[in-house]
Design a protein around this ligand. Structure first.
Ligand code: FAD
Ligand code: NAD
Length: 464
């Protein structure tokens, strides 16, 4: 049995783990990363990147269909067709380029990568099962970055026509009818994409509205676009299981009515759960909280020398949070005095239009006891939005009344995901409304709406 020691062992090479390993390697730490499947984790292989590729292809297809139906811009085109197998092959090419890139970065940082499944024997010993046999690693510090897995409904197990996002991202034919269970991030992102590809999509959401984590003002333009795309949204509705003949999904509405929705495919997206089982943590007495590994502000677990980052530590399950934690923990292991001091973790939902939320919404700011002012400015009054035919949505800035410190920025609109980093920068730098209002924003861009929202909060908007 092979045995080795190292300074830092990272379990899982998703965005949390691979960033931690690269930074640890760059800092000169003797680092090993163990990955059971493919480098890049959920994010690069079956999550963020493949879903955004599919969303882009669907947008292109929808736009081509739109051009074929109207020549308002003077462009005439014939009706496009979709070969989803080729779309998926194109998406897989992007995934391969990125995962290959991660392997290269790990090598460049002198990190040893082991392809295998890790499990703790005890707090200081990790056993890795590889194709060649079992390896024993004795690390000084271990970072658990094992991510998350799709939640499976016991009455609607994955298999056959019931898919998780992983199978949905590998479909080679557009289903005629698709029922999506769960109108959250994944359900709406992928449901919208398949509707654009031509599937008849129904979204079944248990809560009273889609994307319950965002306020109604932000989700309203998304609901309007779903209706325009012919997507049926059933809120206050719960899935019960497949119909006896297997042809459809039985659901119960809030008033108790039971319905069967015909479905060629059923996509279940009711959340993700931390992947902490099977590591042997229970025997070590590591403190858990609702299935997630509990961490402090330095990503330390309850056991000395053991850190956890990313989805395995619970919400918010976002790739950029995992990466930021990974970078911080590597620095800490190298002896730097770092602590999680981020003011905001931006959240973007890649629906159509996109939604961005950074920091506090007006209601959250009020609930936190702040006296607030806010500015709300629509894309309807923005030249760039008009010239790209997308005037739906707005930017909203929330600031403290006393000193105008920006507490939150939200937006909904086409392409607003690209504005999110600027919103986060404003919050991290402690911007005041006057800082945003006084910054020259390039014309003509959608970003001008951010400046106008700040001016509006100050009572001096110019273009409305
Ligand atoms: P993961 O990426 O899950 O990586 C964990 C890795 O650990 C995996 O490669 C796994 O094989 C490995 N592993 C697990 N157990 C072991 C073991 N015992 N031994 C060895 N290796 C092990 N987030 C965003 O921020 N933006 C988005 O647009 C976005 N879109 C998404 C779309 C979809 C469809 C999905 C499913 C998720 C999306 N996410 C998005 C969430 C994002 O993918 C996760 O937050 C992110 O991947 C978490 O990173 P991680 O490093 O914690 O874990
Ligand atoms: P989610 O938490 O976003 O949404 C799940 C939805 O399912 C909720 O609206 C919930 O009310 C509903 N639901 C739960 N049980 C139900 C039932 N029995 N019947 C009907 N509806 C039910 O979860 P998700 O969409 O699976 O995504 C998982 C996580 O992945 C997200 O929380 C997010 O952290 C991450 N993600 C992020 C992005 C992004 O950043 N753009 C994209 C995709 C995924």
């Amino acid at each position: 049995m092979n045995q080795r020691s190292c300074k830092a062992l990272v379990i899982g090479a998703g965005p949390g783990g691979y960033v931690a390993a690269i930074r640890a390697g760059q800092l000169g730490l003797d680092t090993i990363v163990v990955e059971a499947e493919r480098p890049g984790g959920t994010c690069l292989n079956i999550g963020c990147i493949p879903s955004k590729a599919l969303i882009h292809a669907a947008e292109e297809f929808e736009s081509a269909k739109h051009r074929a139906e109207t020549n308002a811009l003077g462009i005439s085109a014939s009706a496009p067709t979709i070969d989803l197998a080729r779309t998926i092959a194109w998406k897989d090419g992007i995934v391969q380029r990125l995962t290959g890139g991660v392997s290269g970065l790990l090598r460049k940082a002198k990190v040893t990568t082991i392809h295998g499944t890790a499990k703790f024997r005890d707090g200081r010993t990790v056993e890795v099962t590889t194709a060649e046999g079992v390896e024993i690693i004795k690390p000084e510090h271990t970072i658990i970055a094992t991510g998350s897995a799709a939640v499976e409904l016991p009455f609607l197990p994955f298999g056959g026509k019931v898919m998780s996002s992983t199978e949905a991202l590998a479909l080679t034919e557009v289903p005629k009818s698709l029922v999506v269970v769960g109108g959250g991030y994944i359900g709406l992102e992928l449901g919208t994409a398949f509707a654009k590809f031509g599937a008849q999509v129904t979204i079944v959401e248990a809560a009273g509205k889609i994307l319950p984590q965002y306020d109604s003002e932000l989700t309203r333009p998304v609901a309007a676009r779903l209706a325009h795309l012919g997507v049926e949204v059933m809120t206050g509705t719960k899935a019960k299981g497949l119909s006896p003949d297997g042809a459809g999904l039985v659901v119960t509405q809030a008033d108790g009515t039971e319905l069967t929705l015909p479905a060629d495919k059923i996509l279940v997206t009711v959340g993700r759960r931390p992947r902490a089982d099977g590591l042997g943590l229970e025997a070590m007495g590591v403190t858990m909280e609702r299935g997630a590994i509990r961490i402090d502000e330095r990503c330390r677990t309850s056991m000395r020398g053991l850190y956890a980052i990313g989805d395995v530590t619970g919400e918010p399950m976002l790739a950029h949070r995992a990466m930021a934690q990974g970078e911080m923990v590597a620095d800490i292991i190298a002896g730097e005095n770092r602590v999680w001091d981020k003011i905001a973790i931006p959240a973007v939902c890649f629906t159509d239009p996109e939604i961005v939320s950074v920091g506090l919404s007006p209601d959250e700011a009020k609930a936190a006891g702040h006296d607030v002012v806010f500015g709300h400015f629509p894309f309807q009054a923005n030249g760039r939005a008009m010239s790209v035919e997308r005037e739906d949505g707005f930017v909203r800035i929330v600031a403290r009344k006393s000193d105008h410190l920006v507490l939150g920025v939200q937006a909904v609109g086409a392409g607003v995901s690209e504005l999110s980093s600027g919103f986060a920068l404003a919050l991290e730098m402690g911007a005041r409304l006057e800082d945003i209002a006084g910054t020259i924003h390039t014309h003509p861009t959608r970003g001008e709406v951010v400046q106008e929202a700040a001016l509006k909060a100050l009572g001096r908007a110019l273009h409305i």
